[in-house]
Design a binder for this molecule. Sequence first.
Ligand code: FAD
Length: 318
Amino acid sequence: MKVIEHIKKAKNTSLFSFEILPPLKGQSIQSTFDHIDPLMDFAPPFIDVTYHREEYIYKEQPGGLLQKKIVRKRPGTVGICAAIQNRYRVDAIPHILCGGFTKEDTENFLIDLNFLEIDNVLALRGDAVKNEIYFNPEKEGHHYAKELVNQIVGMNAGEYLDEDLKNNCSTDFCIGVAGYPEKHMEAPSLMQDIQQLKKKIAAGASYVVTQMFFDNQKYFQFVEQCREEGINVPIIPGLKPLASQRQLSVLPHRFHVDLPDELTQEVLKCKSKAAIREVGVEWCIKQSKELIQYGAPVLHYYSMGKSDNIQKIASAVF
Ligand code: FAD
């Protein structure tokens, strides 16, 4: 079932969902199931699975020369989605990127998803490859998520890259896209970023999932601005419980989000890792309760491979 149908069916009740990462290459899928199992008590209608593109690593050779190697540390997005749908009977949403994909790769990826009866995708541009400053598309790939949305919408209408194909089967994907309450790092202003978001919706995306934020006011203002600009699709807030002191600098650096001073002070007072995780959980519970009161369609948690804190939050909120 499509995300948009789940939201309609819930009739103004906030749903619970979460995002997982595929395990590191070499680990078993059991680690993923162990992570998902305790969260199934909260009846997620869908689970997102991130996509991790290739990275370049440099290996020192005898004699000191560096050999460049291309690695994918977390493959398996499509396989995990299929396994989730099969094991839990819950919709799995693979993330699909422009980065690292030619249009042909994208088409073939979507064909696989269609055969596996996966009805939803989250269409993203992807970040620059590690060691590069700017995002570079493949030669035959897409520059922006909006172009990727166009291709998926085309396949939903039976349009494939090879114009000579006959009797094409149409896909029927529900497409989500990313939104940034605190602006995407490369956008010149929040308003310009919202204009680009508006184009992704006009191209055929049906809902937005936001980057994590720690101050609900940022989300409320973002939703208001989106509505003023004529973006009327559901905007799903993305939430992450803070879990370590290191994240006080890692999260702003990696995700370009602000951490409220009150939260930072609480974390700095903690004497143990467990105490910090507790502060993160309590903060996220407070955020979640306020978002439900506001009428957020779904609360979407970035679990990042740990379920104990998401479980505590969900127990307190759902
Ligand atoms: P776009 O919508 O293409 O926007 C990228 C930038 O370009 C923005 O600054 C936008 O304002 C600007 N822009 C857009 N169109 C134009 C245009 N025509 N002209 C000029 N500027 C333009 N990354 C992964 O690698 N794997 C994942 O699984 C993943 N999951 C994510 C899930 C969520 C909910 C979110 C919020 C992010 C996720 N990301 C993931 C990170 C994401 O790939 C990066 O944030 C990426 O830098 C931007 O992706 P986007 O789809 O928002 O890009």
